[in-house]
Every structure is written in C-alpha cells, then in structure tokens.
Design a protein around this ligand. Structure first.
Ligand code: SAM
Length: 230
C-alpha cells in the first residue's frame, strides 16, 4: 500500500500552537520532510519526538521530489512541515503536493497555524473576503503594479514582509492606496512582543520611522469601497 503525505502546520512562534492531531501525525509518521532541519529538530525535541528527517527547501525541492514520491510508493507515511506555519503558504510544499496528487497518492492537509489568518482575524479589518499576495515583488515598479491590481478587487489585502523592507513597501502602499487608508501591521504574532500597529498609512509610516524595526510582519490593508457597496 502507498504511504500518505500529511501536510502539517507548525507554530509561527508560540510552541503551544500545534494541534493534538499534528503531534500524533508527527509521532506516527515514518519520515518528516522539513525546510531547515535545525528548526524542525528544535520543535521535535520539544515534543519529545525523534524522526528521520529529509531536508526540503526552495533550492533543493525539485531534486528531492522524486525521492519523496518513491518513499510514498514504498508505503512510507510522510509528514511535510516548514520552518513555521502552514507548508506551501509562502513556503516549499506546493510542487510536492501537486506531484503526489499527479501520481494518485493521498495527500492529507491538517489545519493549523498560519500567519496570514492570525493577522487578518486580529486586524479588525473586513474578513468577509480578502486577497493574499504572499511576498510582494521586490522591484518597486512591479510591486506597485501588483498592489494596483489587488486594489481593484475591493477585498482586504494581506501580504508578508520582512523588517528591512517594510518602510519602502509602506511608501509604495501610500502611493497606491492614499495617505489615509487604514492599515494594520501584525508583528511577532503569538510571541512575547506580539504587536498590532494600526492606523492610517501615513501615521504608521511615521511611527515606524521613529523606532528600531524588528520581527517579521504581516501587512493587512483595508480595501473596501464602502460608498459604492451602499
Ligand atoms: N508558512 C508560513 C505561514 O503559514 O504563515 C509563512 C512562511 S513565510 C516564509 C514567513 C513570513 O510569514 C514572514 O516573513 C512574515 O511575513 C510571516 N510570519 C511568519 N510568522 C510570523 C509571526 N509570528 N508574526 C508575524 N509575521 C509572521
């Protein structure tokens, strides 16, 4: 019988944020496929689990896929994890999942921690419908185009950003959405210094310019055209 590929979310900071089912799958599987083995060993030791690990990161993933598919064909049950949150969400996983499905293998995704959902729910901005852009394009012109397209959807916009790029990115957001658009930056989610920085884009830029910027960010932008809807 073929093995199953389990897609297993792991915490985005707080180690308590792992489900009972995720722990059981990690205990019972034959192999854990992970991004950075050091990161996963830390989590597994915390859970008192010891497993055979296969490293699977952006640069080696395509080379690794045939090996992982062979192991599934041999009947091994495999848990796919990433360094944090849900695999395949701005993390490696998509190509492996697609190939497993192409080969008629069973893929079982587990629900769990994901920074974009945690940020959206805590943002206080509309959750009815939203668009997630992952990491924006790095070239400012392309970033602007991406944001302009997203603006046309009238849905809450969410994306991931690193601390050293956040200010430049916010300047582009200000140009595209206007000074007074509401924005929320979710920083260090689930961790000791978790913070939601809320306000109009121009004020949030002022706030960030006056402090040391630390931690990873999820950016959530209000994008409702309320007047048109009413
Ligand atoms: N797979 C992950 C998920 O499900 O959210 C995302 C991985 S992606 C490589 C990492 C980015 O997610 C960070 O740069 C940051 O934008 C966001 N992120 C992850 N953990 C976070 C946290 N605790 N607080 C705020 N943002 C976080």
């Amino acid at each position: 019988m073929n093995g199953i590929l389990y897609v297993v979310p792991t915490p985005i900071g707080n180690l308590e944020d792992i489900t009972l089912r995720a722990v059981r799958i990690l205990q019972q599987c034959d192999i854990v496929v992970c991004e950075d083995t050091r990161q996963t060993i830390k989590l597994l030791s915390h859970l008192k689990i010891s497993k055979y690990l296969i490293s699977f990161y952006t640069q080696n993933q395509l080379k690794r896929i045939p090996q992982i598919i062979s192991l599934l064909n041999e009947g091994k049950n495999i848990a796919l994890v990433s360094d944090c949150g849900t695999p395949a969400i701005s993390d490696p996983g998509y190509y492996l999942i697609k190939e497993a499905l192409n080969k008629n293998l069973t893929v079982v995704p587990l629900p769990g921690a994901c920074a974009l959902i945690t940020a959206l729910v805590g943002s206080g901005l509309t959750t009815d419908s939203f668009i997630f852009l992952g990491f924006l394009r790095k070239k400012l012109g392309k970033m602007r185009k991406e944001l302009e397209l997203a603006k046309q959807t009238d849905k809450t916009i969410i994306f991931y950003e690193s601390p050293h790029r956040i200010l430049k990115t916010l300047e582009v957001c200000k140009d595209v959405f206007g000074d007074n658009t509401d924005i929320v930056l979710a920083r260090e989610l689930t961790k000791k210094f978790e913070e939601f920085i809320r306000g109009q884009i121009c004020d949030v830029i002022k706030d960030l310019s006056n402090r040391q910027i630390l931690g990873e960010f999820v950016v959530v932008i209000s994008n409702e055209r309320e007047n048109l809807i009413k």
